[in-house]
Design a binder for this molecule. Structure first.
Ligand SMILES: CC(C)(COP(=O)(O)OP(=O)(O)OC[C@H]1O[C@@H](n2cnc3c(N)ncnc32)[C@H](O)[C@@H]1OP(=O)(O)O)[C@@H](O)C(=O)NCCC(=O)NCCSC(=O)/C=C1/CC=CC=CO1
Length: 271
């Protein structure tokens, strides 16, 4: 019997749309959903024609976090250990993907679902979106990189206050804190997220990926090393066809038409 489709993927030009597709259980995260997310992210990673990702949820909820039924039966130490080991198959590749990720948060993003939302380089929320912790109510430690992203994004004191109070941020509160870059009407969320992903896909994909990789090191890196990373990044960027096009376009006062990752790969093949 074919596995239930819990994560749907679809190409829109250079954008890969990834939808959590189990609205009946409010897109709760089962092991099967994580496996399918991993496959979708691997596709985004390996396919040079994909230049940006748009991740959102079907139905009224972005993601309700860990699947409560699954957690009831899958909490022995080795199963939990395997679950965390599996994070390197989908969560790490998602966070470190060298292409921009836009997340469109529809409705609730609870617990692990909030963790998933925070993986976005750009997070857009529908006006009724709610970011909820939900971890301590369940008696578990925050996971899905919540304790990694939240202090970095809003500061340690606010992160602790939010988590320890079992808090909820409305879409507007999340935007005021900088977690969300834009709040739009619920009905406009999908179009707004896809438009942003298309805009990013038109950018210089290779160098944006490089910048993302360098910025990911920002908080653990000295000024000295960061300047060196920037320098190495610039050496690569300025030997790239995307820089030629960007420079020509700036001099000719027109919009750049970046050659696309496929062209960059072909250029590399010739070397
Ligand atoms: C606020 C809600 C997300 C949505 O509310 P609403 O739209 O009113 O929908 P409901 O009527 O409550 O639910 C509809 C059906 O979906 C089922 N469902 C909802 N959430 C889950 C879930 N997380 N797991 C399994 N099933 C879920 C619900 O039972 C209904 O099913 P039936 O129609 O058959 O009755 C609201 O649903 C809600 O608050 N959900 C629970 C959120 C929650 O507590 N999540 C856990 C947070 S902690 C966490 O994520 C922890 C981990 C730890 C381990 C590993 C991985 C990740 O995170």
């Amino acid at each position: 019997m074919a596995a239930q489709e819990l994560v749907a993927t679809q190409r829109d030009g250079d954008v890969l749309i990834i939808r959590l597709a189990n609205p009946e259980s409010r897109n709760s995260m089962t092991m099967d959903m994580r496996e399918q997310l991993g496959a979708a992210i691997a596709l985004a990673e390996r396919e040079p024609g994909i230049r940006a990702v748009f991740l959102t949820g079907d139905g009224p909820t972005f993601c309700s976090g860990g699947d409560l039924n699954h957690l009831r039966t899958a909490c022995d130490p080795w199963t939990v250990h395997r679950r965390f080991r599996n994070l390197s198959r989908w969560l790490t590749p998602l966070i470190t993907l060298d292409k921009p990720v836009v997340v469109g948060v529809n409705g609730h993003a609870v617990g692990g679902g909030m963790g998933l939302a925070l993986t976005g380089d750009v997070v857009i929320a529908g006006e009724s979106a709610k970011f909820m912790s939900g971890f301590f109510r369940l008696g578990v430690v925050p996971d899905i990189a919540v304790m990694y992203h939240l202090p970095r994004l809003i500061g340690m004191a606010r992160a602790k206050n939010f988590l320890f109070s079992g808090g909820t941020f409305s879409a507007q509160e999340a935007a005021d804190l900088g977690l969300v870059s834009k709040v739009v009407a619920d009905a406009d969320l999908y179009d707004a997220g896809l438009t942003e992903a298309r805009r990013l896909a038109e950018g210089p994909a290779e160098v944006m990926g490089l910048a993302k990789a360098v910025m990911a090191r920002s908080f653990e890196t000295s000024l000295h090393d960061m300047l060196a990373f920037e320098g190495f990044g610039q050496v690569l960027a300025m030997s790239n066809p995307e820089f030629r096009e960007g420079l020509n376009a700036a001099l000719e006062r027109r919009r750049p038409d970046f050659p696309g990752a496929a062209a960059v790969v072909n250029q590399g093949d010739k070397a």
